[in-house]
Design a protein around this ligand. Structure first.
Ligand code: BGC
Length: 767
């Protein structure tokens, strides 16, 4: 046994493939020699063992959990484990594999490190609203440093599913509705996790998920069917997955949903034709949690059949269902799968382990000292605070209600005012929620002279059953037994003694995330009743809105002077909220997903098509035989890209460097420039957004598509000219034949502060 490890070490010297560039031929040859050599020694059962990914027990997201893990590791029946942590625990578990299994093959250790590890950052939908790629990369880098210091080498992130249905709870885990913004973020996250090279022990492998289209679940109900045209897939839903893979992501997760009637997990077109043949992906494919055996429920056959289908379609690893390890041997005997298919999957798992350097040192992520010094550091928390502040979106601010003065009396009201555990948001499995900063603590830290008067005001839900549904995973909502009326009366009495009311309301953390869909996306009624009573006091009401999804807020928008959307900000949420409330930080977040007026408008997104009967009214009147509703305007409440600042920005008209772009001229560009001036009383950041519209093309064009953005800092009174270089590449789309083409003709270019408020100009694309 010792000899094998020695051989392993010798052959694998030079591990540490570059995570971003294509590995060198020499590296690949060495890896190949090693993996082929190892596979020659492996029995069928040992090969199947490598395909088996089990859950360690710190977090489970399905009804099944893995059993007899220790015995199976020793028998070589497990290739990897997720959801266990700490160097000592991982070392002990790894020792079982490398000391007690026949071939001593190390295991990989995964975890859902989604928006931070111990230092928690804002939920992904929140951080995407920063439109700050440097910041997002930094979040992923810090996540990787902390996770790897705690023994983990693989994260199930980034989640890049485009989502246009806020009923779907997992919209919280992604970057919103837009493929361009989503692709930039996907890239930044992969770069952050994987760093420059796996040779560094503080890099972890990314796993892009959920491939594919998971965000398009019908009716916003989790795990539900998806069905869409290929043209839509290629243009609108696939780009972020592709961007993440192009950035070097080492693995990808198949999604639960079906596509064209075949679940992604068994979808040969998706996992082989598209992923391997068209996109040339060389890394590892893992199923989602029991995604393979769930295909029995989908109606694709018994466990043996669906496992064979999953392997043949292109899955390499089976997460939790153990159907590969339990049935593929039989399927091989019965010639339902081939040895070559099993070998290919095994090979990809071994290559991944080789790339991560585990054959050279299976314990390279087990450094107690790093665990003590690199996790939850003051520096990481400072970054998390900064990130949270930049993720908040100021939805309304009449008469400069915000920022607040750092003196006087504040009535701090609401179930989320002094709650620590809900600050982290969904999918924060590794965090210690009791270490999160509450809003009350934040206000005390930032504005010590302010007098705070507190009242509960409301529970999250009036209905105790609904409250219990979301008071889970260590995130209690601390239900108050009093009646709604009693709590409101107390809150009103408290508010009357204050200068201003800060109402910390909205969703509890677990009202979004996996299997947390809602059919009503408003603030629960009892909370709105509280707001109504608070408004009646005549005191200014600032709504500090917690949410993991776009909410329908027509009443709030109509009746409250100030709304600050703070998502779920993570460990430092309370401090960051206070930073913004009291003006130490000027909000600069912009929505990455449209906020509808009501559920009936869903799906609603800015890049919709024009239709043959576009609405041409004044925005509120009804127009018969045009594409509109009888009872609600077409427009959203808050559009994509929207977010206010304490200051104001003025945009000049656009200047184009020329009026034509030529496909025949290599690298031809048209420069679009705009001058933005800070005309208000605060220094502030602005996200300058560029959209295009292809006026005529062979398939119907969206009315607008984001093609560029820049986040700039402007001191008060300062102006800056921002330029975007538009090339032919930016004008391309997938046509009916799924070819990526640009078509000559006129284009409108729009630049502005959000997807609706823009300046425009025209140019022509020539052959
Ligand atoms: C989720 C994945 C997650 C996996 C492992 C599944 O239920 O869909 O996003 O990575 O569990 O925890």
């Amino acid at each position: 046994m010792k000899r094998l490890l020695a051989i392993v070490t010798l052959l694998s010297i030079g591990f540490g493939a570059s995570c971003t560039a294509q590995p060198s031929a020499a590296y690949l040859a060495k890896r190949d020699a090693f993996v082929v050599g190892l596979m020659k020694k492996m029995t069928l059962d040992e090969k199947l063992g490598q395909l088996n990914l089990v859950v360690g027990g710190e977090a489970t997201t399905g009804s099944s959990v893995s059993t007899d893990v220790e015995t199976k590791i020793k028998a070589g029946k497990i290739g990897g484990i997720f959801s266990i942590s700490t160097p000592s625990r991982i070392r002990k578990t790894q020792e079982l594999a490398v000391n007690q299994s026949r071939l001593k093959i190390p295991m990989i250790f995964g975890m859902d490190v989604i928006h931070g590890y111990k230092t928690l950052f804002p939920i992904p939908l929140g951080i995407s609203s920063s439109w700050d790629m440097g910041l997002i990369e930094k979040m992923a880098r810090i996540s990787a440093i902390e996770a790897s210091a705690d023994g983990i080498c693989w994260t199930f992130s980034p989640m890049v599913d485009i989502a246009r249905d806020p009923r779907w709870g997992r919209i919280a885990e992604g970057s919103g509705e837009d493929p361009y913004l989503g692709s930039q973020i996907a890239r930044a996250m992969v770069k952050g996790y994987q760093g420059k090279s796996y040779a560094e022990t503080n890099t972890i492998m990314a796993c892009v998920k959920h491939f594919a289209l998971y965000g398009a679940a019908e009716a916003g109900r989790d795990y539900h069917t998806t069905d869409m045209s290929k043209v839509r897939m290629y243009n609108e839903y696939l780009p972020p997955y592709k961007a993440a893979l192009d950035a070097g992501a080492g693995s990808i997760m198949a999604s639960f949903n079906d596509i064209d009637g075949i679940p992604a997990t068994a979808n040969n077109w998706l996992l082989t034709d598209l992923l391997r043949r068209q996109w040339k992906f060389k890394g590892m494919v893992v199923s989602d949690y029991t995604g393979i055996t769930e295909m029995v429920n989908h109606g694709l056959g018994d466990v043996q059949t669906v496992a064979a289908k999953a392997l043949m379609a292109g899955n390499d690893m089976d997460m939790v269902s153990e159907s590969f390890v339990n049935t593929l041997g039989k399927s091989l005997k019965e010639q339902k799968v081939t040895q070559a298919q099993i070998d290919l999957a095994c090979r990809r798992v071994l290559e991944m382990k080789y790339d991560l350097g585990l054959f050279t040192d299976p314990f390279r992520f087990c450094d107690e000292n790093r665990a003590k010094t690199e996790i939850f550091t003051a520096e990481h928390r400072a970054e998390a605070r900064k990130a949270a502040g930049k993720s908040f979106v100021l939805l309304k601010n009449d008469k400069q209600t915000l920022p607040l003065a750092k003196n006087g009396t504040i009535a701090l009201i609401g179930p989320l005012a002094d709650n620590k555990e809900n600050m982290a948001g969904t999918w924060s499995v590794s965090g210690d929620f009791t270490k999160c900063v509450s809003v009350e603590e934040g206000i005390k830290n930032v504005a010590g002279n302010v007098t705070i008067l507190k009242a509960r005001g409301a529970n999250i839900y009036s209905d105790a059953r609904l409250d219990a549904n979301v008071s889970i995973f260590g995130k209690p909502t601390n239900r108050d037994p009093r009646s709604d009326a009693d709590m409101i009366a107390e809150a009103v009495a408290t508010a009357q003694k204050a200068d201003v009311i800060v109402a910390a309301l909205g969703e509890a953390a677990e009202m979004t995330g996996e299997a947390s869909s809602r059919s009503d996306i408003s603030i629960p009624e009892n909370q709105r009743d509280l707001l109504k009573a608070l408004v009646k006091t005549g005191k200014p009401v600032v709504l500090v809105l917690f949410t993991g999804r776009p909410l329908a807020l027509p009443w709030e928008n109509e009746n409250l002077p100030a709304i600050l959307n703070v998502w779920f900000g993570g460990t430092e949420a309370g401090n960051a909220i206070a930073d913004v409330l009291f003006g130490d930080v000027n909000p600069s977040g912009k929505l990455s997903a449209t906020f509808p007026r009501n559920v009936g408008q869903i799906p609603i997104y800015y890049s919709h098509k024009n239709t043959g009967r576009p609405y041409g009214g004044n925005g509120t009147d009804f127009q018969k035989f045009q594409s509109n509703y009888l009872d609600v305007p077409n427009s959203p409440l808050y559009p994509f890209g929207y977010g206010l600042s304490y200051t104001s920005f003025e945009y000049s008209e656009l200047t184009l460097s020329k009026k034509t772009l030529a496909m025949a001229v290599p690298k031809d560009v048209v420069n679009v420039s705009v001058t933005v001036k800070n005309t208000g009383n605060f220094d502030g950041e602005e996200v300058v957004q560029l959209y295009i519209r292809d006026k005529v093309r062979s398939i119907t064009p969206p009315v607008k598509e984001l093609k560029g953005f820049q986040k700039i800092m402007l001191k008060k009174g300062e102006s800056k000219t921002v330029s975007f270089a538009l090339s032919v590449e930016d004008l391309k789309f997938y046509n009916s034949a799924l070819n990526f083409v640009a078509e000559p003709g006129e284009f409108v270019v729009f630049v502005g502060t959000n997807s609706q408020n823009v300046k425009e100009a025209m140019f022509t694309l020539n052959k």
